[in-house]
Structures are given as structure tokens and as C-alpha cells.
Design a protein. Structure first.
Length: 452
């Protein structure tokens, strides 16, 4: 069993720390945010991730997992230090490395003897060498270190399963023996493949993987918008394409585009790195542009049917960037809400999990206790996040609550025919139909119906 320190008690750090502790290692999670560490020491998690609280509680109680803000204390005698701090987008789209710099500088002041530093967060190509140069410069003379890039491939909402059953473990280092020692940490999980590479290749594998998945999403969203003009159902098109094993069905769900803390930031950062190094990342730029347009298509559909959105009452189902998380970062819902409010629409919002976070950042809207309340009196309902709960709604009850039954299914989770049978005017994304201009045809309700 090993002694591991994880710096950064955010989503990547907590999942990594708790999962390694669960494998029997002794893990210390370190963060400079005192309130966060105090909360964790009382069993309060700063994020919602299915199964994580149970894992943290179990390992904290067994003494294998602890939390601290003290670098000295956290790094004493440790064999591995995982860097899992944030690398947010800077002003030009570059990855802001301020937190990594300060974590590595703090580390260099307290480590001694032999240590393997593992870069876990998504870090620009070349970071491994840069981290090594900081340790070289600031570390004590007796320090023997190796830097290993071990990118994470954890999806929010499924992070624990992704950690415990990895398709692959990627390890990049100039020190192959160190990379093998990190590989040993994952051995009990029997990962599909363990790939040992040089540092820069490992760093690029992470960016290229996220950029490729984002490209698949933008590709299918472009096909969806063509289907809206020419006919054809994008869901069936994606299935038909995906049955070809070379293509695969994953990440071909057309919708309102990708959000979250990873794809938008990483595609932007890769494009930035490419551009400042003399490349022309045209494909990556198109991926970002299509993603922006995917969100905005909702506005066009609503305007087509309702005309001016001034004073229109619109219900929004789902706020988080995807289901099973309360994460609102880069959520399509935030942009759509912003655009709707700018056009004077009145909004009723509902999300199964993200309401508390949403209340802190979205003002001037009504937060509702369920989907039916968000639909009450509305002239349109926009489904933004594909929560399971929204697949099981009583559609007749939902329709009865609305003033006008316009349903924009931004994630294609409903069957168009079934919804039309219930009486909805239904538009999905790329489902062979484009909303015709209905200005004036959709009448403004004279009185808002009570509710359900
Ligand atoms: C993503 C990657 O999937 C992880 O492998 C990676 O480790 C992580 O980023 C990261 O870099 O940390 P995550 O951001 O949690 O994970 O979310 P995904 O499940 O990949 O979804 C991203 C976005 O794409 C969501 O907004 C989702 O709604 C959207 N999406 C996904 C689609 O619009 N269509 C699809 O077919 C799939």
C-alpha cells in the first residue's frame, strides 16, 4: 500500500483521493480553501457526485483518507503527490496555470527525499517539463523526483465508475520506472490498457481525446441542423452511422451542445496552443462555433413560433450542463436563460438537483418545485438537460398546465409522434422538421391557467 497526497480537493482530486483510499492506500487531500477542508472534515462535500459521499465517509472513518490545508503535514513522507488543482480558461482561451504554479511551488518547499509528482489535471503540452523545472529550482538539494503525466478521464456523474473501471491508464514520463510505479497504483482495477509514453504525448492524449469527443458532438449537431432543413431524423441517422464499428454510437446525441468544465475549456485551450505555435486549428474553431450555434438555435425556434419573446412566459426544464450533476459551468441553460431574459421573456425554471446553485447565480426568474410548476401558464417549454426524471413526465398533465403547448426538446429525449398525439407542438433537434414562422398565429393567452 502506498502513501499518496492529492493537492486540490475539487471534483478530480476528491474522486482520485477517495478511490485510491478505497483501494487501501493512505491518502491525504490537500486544499488551500479552509472552508472546503473544514466542511470535508465534517463530511460535507463541495460537489454533488453520485456515490462520492459514501466513499469519502467510509474511508475517512477507516482513517485511510484525511483532509488538510497544511502542505508540510500533507507531504511528510509521501511517495506520490497528485496535482489535481484547477486549470481554468484564461482571457485568451489559454489554460490559466496560476493554481498549478502555486501548488508546485508550495510542494517544492516541503518535499524531501524521493517523490513522484503526478500531473492529474488537464495541463497544457509542456507542463510536465515546466513542473520539473520548478521542482529542480525550488526543491531541496536532496530531492529525488520524477514527474508523470496521468490525465484523468472521469465524466462528472459517472466519475467513480470511470475511475474504478478505466478503459485505459495513460502515463507519460521521462522516467519509465516512475511511470510503472504509478501504474501499480491502478493495478487492482485491472485497467483495459496501460499506455506508457513520453510526457508531451500523454498531455496531448488528454486534449486530443476531449477535442475528438467535442468534435463528434458538433459533427452530429451540424448534421441535425441540415436534417431540420432537408428532412431525416438525426437520432436514426446517428444510430445508422454508429452501427459501423469504426464510427460507434457514443457521443452522437444531437442537442444543445456540450458544456461543463472540460470540453469548452479544453477545446479552447488546444486551439489557443495551436494558434500561438503557428498552426491553424480550423477544425477546432468550427467545433466551437457549431457548439455556440447549437445553443442559440433554441432562440430561433421560439421566435419562429411565438414571434417576439417580450413578456412571453417560458418554462425551462434542466439547468445543469448534463444529468446527474449540479454543475452549472458552461451549461447551455445559462446562455439560453441569459438570451431569453435579454429579449424580455419571463422564465420559470426547474432542475432536479442544481436549484440551490442556480439560485445563487440566476436572478429575476421564478424557481419552481417541479416540472409541472415550471410549465404552469407557460407558452413554451424548453427541455435543456436530459435528466431521467424528464423522460417519465405525465405529458398530458404537463400540456394541461401550459397556456400554449409548444415543446422544444433540446435533447431529443421524447418521441415526436407521441408528444404530438398528446397535443404538443413538438420540436426536437434535427428531427426532420423545422418550425415555420408562426408570428401572430400563436395567440397570447388571455389568462394564465391555474396549475395542475
Ligand atoms: C468529459 C469527458 O467525457 C471525460 O472523459 C473527461 O475526463 C472530462 O471531460 C474531463 O476532461 O475532466 P464531462 O465534462 O464530465 O467529461 O462530461 P461528458 O459526459 O463528456 O459530457 C460533456 C458534454 O457533452 C455535456 O454537456 C453533454 O450533454 C454533451 N454531450 C455528450 C452531447 O451533447 N452529446 C453527446 O452525445 C454526448
Amino acid at each position: 500500500m502506498s502513501t499518496i497526497t492529492v493537492t486540490g480537493a475539487g471534483y478530480v482530486g476528491l474522486v482520485t483521493g477517495a478511490c485510491f483510499a478505497d483501494l487501501g492506500n493512505t491518502v491525504t487531500c490537500l486544499d488551500i480553501d479552509e472552508a472546503r477542508i473544514a466542511g470535508l472534515n465534517r463530511g460535507i462535500l463541495p460537489i454533488y457526485e453520485p456515490g462520492l459521499k459514501e466513499l469519502v465517509d467510509r474511508n475517512r472513518e477507516s482513517g485511510r483518507l484525511r483532509f488538510t490545508t497544511d502542505y508540510q503535514d500533507a507531504c511528510r513522507g509521501t511517495e506520490f503527490v497528485f496535482i489535481a488543482v484547477n486549470t481554468p480558461s484564461g482571457q485568451e482561451g489559454e489554460a490559466d496555470m496560476g493554481q498549478v504554479r502555486s501548488a508546485v511551488e508550495s510542494l517544492a518547499r516541503v518535499v524531501s527525499g524521493r517523490v513522484i509528482v503526478v500531473n492529474k489535471s488537464t495541463m497544457p503540452i509542456g507542463t510536465g517539463d515546466w513542473v520539473a523545472s520548478i521542482l529542480e529550482r525550488l526543491g531541496p538539494p536532496d530531492l529525488q523526483f520524477a514527474v508523470v503525466s496521468n490525465p484523468e478521464f472521469l465524466r462528472e456523474g459517472a466519475a467513480i465508475a470511470d475511475f474504478q473501471r478505466p478503459d485505459r491508464v495513460v502515463l507519460g514520463s521521462t522516467d519509465v520506472a516512475a511511470a510503472r510505479r504509478v501504474a501499480q497504483l491502478y493495478a487492482p482495477l485491472a485497467p483495459g490498457d496501460v499506455l506508457i509514453t513520453d510526457l508531451r504525448t500523454a498531455e496531448m492524449i488528454k486534449y486530443a481525446s476531449n477535442a475528438f469527443l467535442a468534435t463528434k458532438i458538433s459533427f452530429i449537431n451540424e448534421i441535425a441542423s441540415i436534417c431540420e432543413k432537408l428532412g431525416g431524423d438525426v437520432k436514426t441517422v446517428a444510430r445508422g452511422m454508429g452501427l459501423d464499428k469504426r464510427i460507434g454510437t457514443a457521443f452522437l446525441d444531437a442537442g444543445l451542445g456540450y458544456g461543463g468544465s472540460c470540453f469548452p475549456k479544453d477545446v479552447k485551450a488546444l486551439a489557443h496552443m495551436a494558434a500561438v505555435n503557428g498552426c491553424h486549428p480550423q477544425l477546432l474553431r468550427a467545433v466551437m462555433e457549431i457548439n455556440r450555434d447549437a445553443r442559440r438555435s433554441v432562440m430561433w425556434k421560439l421566435r419562429q413560433r411565438l414571434g417576439s419573446l417580450e413578456d412571453r412566459l417560458i418554462g425551462i426544464l434542466g439547468l445543469s450542463f448534463k444529468p446527474n450533476t449540479d454543475d452549472l459551468r458552461e451549461s447551455p441553460a445559462l446562455e439560453i436563460i441569459h438570451l431569453l431574459r435579454a429579449e424580455g421573456a419571463r422564465l420559470q425554471l426547474y432542475d432536479p438537483v442544481a436549484m440551490d446553485k442556480a439560485r445563487r447565480i440566476i436572478k429575476g426568474v421564478e424557481f419552481c418545485e417541479d416540472a409541472y410548476a415550471a410549465a404552469a401558464g407557460a407558452e413554451a417549454l424548453v427541455l435543456v438537460t436530459d435528466w431521467n426524471e424528464f423522460k417519465q413526465l405525465d405529458m398530458a398533465r404537463l400540456k394541461a398546465a401550459m397556456a400554449y403547448p409548444l415543446f422544444i426538446d433540446g435533447r431529443n429525449i421524447h418521441d415526436p409522434e407521441q408528444l404530438r398525439r398528446v397535443g404538443f407542438e413538438y420540436y426536437g433537434v434535427g428531427r426532420g422538421q423545422s418550425p415555420e414562422a408562426g408570428n401572430g398565429r400563436v395567440t397570447r393567452p388571455t389568462q394564465v391557467r391555474a396549475t395542475v
